[in-house]
Design a protein around this ligand. Structure first.
Ligand SMILES: O=C(O)C(=O)Cc1ccccc1
Length: 315
């Protein structure tokens, strides 16, 4: 039986992501307060798999998760990815009205997606950060202070006895967050034909190479990265680790060729896992270069437009 650790407490989006995993109904789940503690539960052997947020379609990556993956000591591989829609509600203890709200607690990614609403409706409210949305809701439920509110998933209001004062307060109704399930490094699950693979190119390996050289190793094999993130190594300005995702499985020939091509360039990529990719889209591969000029500006005209200061050009 899988034993899941997830970014808790109950009512987080991470919990919703866990629920979406195929074996969730037959697994045990334990909430942890922070991303680090969630991953530590797996490293310490208390749980087999950790579910943590990786990236949001509006606010971008979750630094705590990338920090852990980049630190090199995780010894964890991605076993699954889950994408779930995220919608936000403002909630407070029963009896509190919107006019009385003085402090709004939430996860930084939730605050970041509700800035417009907060500045329009609660411009004077103090923003307080919590380690998760449901953590913020729980703090408000337990807080004796009047005027406290939280931004969280509507389900967290029920869980912590709060009243929803406003819902759908995020900037984008279609916001999505990508979560990953991480477990101890080991052989990847068998290829399905709809897989994704993740790699970390550590700063010390990428060294003086340009990003073009690094990404060239992928495109030379016809493999287009679907996700690239540079992440500061902390050593000095300009020293980055690179996270790269590609469609395909480590067992696939072209993915294997990429790994070998990187190695020949002196870059020992760290493998972060092959797993069934979320979404049913086709495998991403490098498109053929544009040859004709049909239906658009010629490449020369486009360059000329940019050189003359035009960013937006009517075709
Ligand atoms: O705090 C949560 O509920 C999480 O799962 C992290 C998060 C917070 C805001 C948007 C997406 C994920």
């Amino acid at each position: 039986m899988t034993t899941y650790a997830y970014l808790g407490p109950q009512g987080t989006f991470a919990e919703a992501a866990l629920r979406a995993l195929p074996d969730a109904a037959h697994a045990s789940w334990s909430p942890y307060a922070t991303v680090s503690e969630t991953l530590e539960a797996v490293r310490a052997g208390v749980c087999s798999t950790a579910v943590v947020p990786l990236e949001n379609s509006v606010r971008g990556v979750v630094p705590a998760t990338l920090d852990e993956l980049a630190s090199g000591g995780t010894g964890l591989h991605i076993a699954a990815e889950i994408e779930i829609p995220v919608t936000f509600a403002l909630m407070a203890r029963p009896g509190t009205t919107l006019d009385e709200v003085r402090r709004v607690r939430s996860h930084p990614h939730a605050h970041g997606q509700c800035r417009g609403w907060l500045s329009a409706r609660l411009p004077q409210a103090q923003v307080l950060l919590s380690t998760s949305t449901a953590g913020a809701a729980r703090e408000v439920g337990e807080s004796p202070q009047p005027g406290d509110a939280a931004i969280a998933a509507p389900v967290a209001a029920e869980r912590y006895g709060l009243t929803v004062l406003a819902s759908g307060i995020g900037e984008r109704a279609d916001a999505v967050t990508r979560f990953v399930a991480l477990r101890s490094a080991g052989p990847a699950p068998a290829p399905t034909g709809r897989d994704r693979s993740s790699f970390l190119l550590p700063a010390e390996e990428a060294g003086a190479r340009t990003i073009a050289e690094i990404l060239g190793a992928f495109s030379e094999q016809g493999v287009g990265p679907t996700w690239v993130q540079s992440w500061p190594s902390g050593n000095r300005l300009g020293s980055y680790h690179f996270f790269v995702d590609i469609d395909g499985h480590i067992e696939d020939d072209d993915v294997g060729e990429v790994v070998m091509a990187l190695h020949r360039k002196g870059i020992a990529a760290r493998f972060l896992g092959s797993y069934l990719r979320a979404g049913a889209g086709p495998r991403a591969r490098v498109p053929a270069p544009r040859r004709g000029e049909e239906g658009g500006l010629s490449a020369e005209c486009w360059l000329e437009a940019l050189r003359s200061g035009g960013g937006v050009v009517a075709a």
